[in-house]
Ligand binder design. Sequence first.
Ligand code: SF4
Ligand code: SF4
Length: 423
Amino acid sequence: MLANQLNISDELISKCIHCGLCLPTCPTYNLTYNEQSSPRGRIQMMKNVFENTSTISEQFVDEMNFCLDCQACQTACPAGVKYGSLVEEARNLISLNKKEKTFYKISKSIFLNKIIASTYKLKLFSKLLYYFQKLFSNKYFYSTIFKIFENLNLSKLNLLPKINFRPFDETIDEYLPSYGKARFDVIFPYGCIMNVAFSEINSDTVEVLRKAGCNVLIPKNQTCCGSLHFHNGEKEGARELAIQNIKQFNNFKFDYIIQNSAGCGAMMKHYNELFSGDSEYFEIVNLFSKKVKDFSEFLYEINYEPPTINNNQTVTYHDACHLIHSQLITNEPRYIISKTNKNTYIELNEASWCCGSAGIYNVTHTEDSLKILDRKMDNIEKTYADIVIASNPGCLLQIQYGIKKRNLNIKAMHLATYLNQIQ
Ligand code: SF4
Ligand code: SF4
């Protein structure tokens, strides 16, 4: 009965040969040294549930949600196990069978289904948050509040993004021409959280694209890409959001869709997983996904010549999980950063180890998320870099929180911001 609700083939679930090569790459195994919290252990639990030899127990639910869905195990696996697809199906199954824990269910139902899924409600909620944050905008007062939240074990509140007064889409035209000779027509998806809390990064992305020879189209009425829904078991919600974006974007003639958020790019490139067996949408979705490029991937492929800088600032780079493991993009951003200044780049030890942000994981599993962040921050500190670059808003927030907590003199920024500030 359970297997009927799944989009998982026997072949996919049986690929694991139990070699254990994925274990050293798994942050949750590393926290617990518990087989059930490892990729191999979780796959065995999924197999049992998918084959109906065990039920959706409380332990099963806990382990599927304890997993960060960072997909480091997928990269390490010699047998080609598609762990990301498996855990996402497992979470979908938990949701379909209404087995989630109350706190998780409430967080999802309010945050994902009520707020993120509606651009109007997200903007309204953001406006309230903006005025709340403004109350604490005095620097001294803000640091006091930060310390109070830390002491009260309310780090969740310090992980909230700083909201912009006006969302990005309300500050920008729908069409922005290339600064020089136009080579490409690209669509820029401004995202959900990115739209209300990371306006500067979106503006920097658009500016760099225009300088790189792109006419930039920014369709109005676009929405969240659906990744937060998909990674948290809300497959139907993710499909609805995907359809809305595909319809909006396909009103235009364009060469590429350029994503500046690793999680959203990975989702849009894998929209086909939401539509397998769907005769109406499958082909449309495949054509759409082929046009999706990450910002660094696109710049690298068009032989973009970044501006050069001549100072002593050093830069390091953190791999966002959904860029390195899901989209297999590693060299491109490093190449571009290195070209800006030959002496500037320092490789980060364990650059591909998750920072603990993982969508809403730092809200649902704050304590574990912060333990994982500690390891990342230890490595960042050891570089003595002036700037750490990450290409995902969640990673930036998480690392910025780590910087503030440790009182470090280092800036965390997006690749687009780094490039735009030196042009
Ligand atoms: S996705 Fe990440 S946290 Fe989950 S099992 Fe794989 S390595 Fe571990
Ligand atoms: S998931 Fe891959 S690496 Fe991990 S135990 Fe199975 S086959 Fe080995």
